[in-house]
Design a protein around this ligand. Structure first.
Ligand code: 5GP
Ligand code: ZN
Length: 112
């Protein structure tokens, strides 16, 4: 999508601090970290949010979760939270699917 911030980040048109990259997904540090570890994992191909996941693109989402598990192991994250906000009321501000990976501090439940 031409006017999408995370499409531009995935394409390298806007700089970001890379955590991991392959043909399907891109992981990078959040610009405003909410925990000592806070990175985002996104599909390279545009998907608006979890609400746009279908049988045609769910393989990408499964792959992203494999990558999250691998990165968490590599970074020795013993406890972490994976979050995806869907819609403005839930806190989504960038409308390209992304999974927040947060770790390194106590977290409350339920979330605020
Ligand atoms: P959301 O609010 O949609 O769940 O998450 C969007 C996240 O993207 C936020 O945590 C925000 O800090 C992060 N973000 C927004 N713009 C940029 C940017 O230009 N670069 C990086 N690295 N993160 C960004
Ligand atoms: Zn996009």
């Amino acid at each position: 999508m031409s006017n999408c911030l995370f499409c531009k980040i995935a394409a390298g048109e806007i700089p970001s601090n890379t955590v991991y990259e392959d043909e399907v997904c891109y992981a990078f540090h959040d610009i405003a970290p909410q925990a000592p570890t806070h990175f985002l994992v996104i599909p390279k191909a545009h998907i608006g949010s979890v609400s746009e996941v279908t049988a045609d693109n769910s393989g990408t989402v499964a792959h992203i979760f494999e990558v999250i598990a691998k990165l968490a192991k590599e970074q020795n994250l013993e406890s972490y939270r994976v979050v995806s906000n869907i819609g403005e009321q839930a806190g989504q501000s960038v409308f390209h699917l992304h999974f927040h990976v947060l770790s390194g501090r106590d977290m409350t439940w339920p979330p605020g």
